[in-house]
Design a protein around this ligand. Structure first.
Ligand SMILES: O=C(O)CCC(=O)C(=O)O
Ligand SMILES: [Fe+2]
Length: 312
């Protein structure tokens, strides 16, 4: 393998070992971050950027990330930081480095007021199986679907995969799925007829959007395919609109890709284009010590060029 960074067509980015070595040193020296409101502070972003700029090889990774996430065919990427996680552990140093890298894509923020910048998604045997921390199939969705301004990117860092080997991440190109719909479903999904979930203790994601259209008619730069398969069971839809949403869900499944994140893998998803979810964890979680069960950390990003919310 050449000692250059490269993005496979499958959306994975490995780092050359020389850069890994540099980033391990950088990670162990980065200062703690500051937040301003829900956002990573500008002063931290500048400080972190200056340090990353001292690693010339990082420039190529920055370019790969940006093109993989925003290009016409792009939409998600997995940055493999496994060796760095091995060297640093996944604690403050690693998280500072991951935050610095993500800040080169867009501005890290935490819309859930009760959570720190990196929000834990652990494994809770009492949670509803299909929810974030549950052990079941987490069907295709975008995060913060019922906000007028959902995060532009959602990111998931794998601290521990399911030790029983399941819990693969699933992703699907929502725009592709929409392009395969029948015209009548397309028209129904453009109706302001869908709703999902609660809306409280959130920052910087606009207002509650209820009901919302799945298809907002906007471009893939500013618009969303505002979809969560969970609304199929919960929102009391009439049969025609439910049928159209099921057709979209089926197309998402038909086009899905799946892979299992390993420790140190950082998945970044452009929510304007792709939806995500998770396969069920393996049975037998009761036999796994709680501190060994699957654990991810989630952080959201706001594009620097995204429109400010319209004053109400
Ligand atoms: O568990 C996962 O891999 C995904 C979790 C997720 O999508 C979420 O909590 O929003
Ligand atoms: Fe999610």
């Amino acid at each position: 393998m050449p000692e250059n960074a490269h993005a496979e067509l499958d959306g994975f980015i490995d780092l050359p070992s020389e850069l890994e070595g540099r980033l391990i040193k950088i990670g162990s020296a980065l200062p703690a971050w500051n937040v301003k409101g829900a956002f990573l502070a500008d002063s931290t972003i500048e400080q972190y950027r200056a340090v990353l700029d001292s690693a010339p090889l990082f420039g190529e990774i920055r370019g790969l990330l940006l093109s993989a996430l925003s290009g016409k065919a792009g939409g998600y990427v997995v940055l493999r930081l496994r060796n760095i996680a091995q060297a640093l552990g996944i604690g403050d140093e690693f998280l500072r480095l991951a935050t610095a890298i993500l800040a080169e894509v867009a501005t890290p923020f935490q819309p859930f007021q009760q959570w720190p910048l990196w929000k834990e998604i652990g494994t809770d045997l009492r949670a509803h199986p299909g929810m974030s921390t549950g052990t079941g199939y987490n069907a295709f969705h975008m995060d913060l679907v019922n906000a007028t301004r959902p995060p532009d990117f959602t990111t998931l860092l794998c601290v521990r995969p399911d030790p029983l080997g399941a819990g693969a991440s699933i992703l699907s190109d929502a725009r592709e799925a929409v392009s395969r719909l029948t015209p009548s479903s397309h028209a129904l999904l453009a109706d302001v007829a869908y709703s999902y979930g609660g809306f409280f203790d959130l920052s910087d994601v606009g207002e509650e959007y209820k009901p919302f259209p799945v298809l907002d008619g906007e471009s893939e730069i500013s618009g969303f395919v505002r979809f969560t398969a969970k609304m199929l069971v919960e929102s009391g839809l009439d049969e025609a609109h439910a049928h159209a949403a099921r057709e979209l869900a089926d197309q998402m499944v038909a086009g899905q890709v799946a892979f299992t994140l390993q420790r140190g893998d950082l998945l970044i998803v452009n929510q304007h284009r792709w939806v995500h979810g998770r396969e069920a964890l393996a049975g037998g979680q009761r036999d796994v010590q709680p501190e060994r069960r699957r654990l991810l950390l989630q952080l959201f990003l706001r594009s620097r060029d995204s429109a400010e919310p319209v004053a109400q």
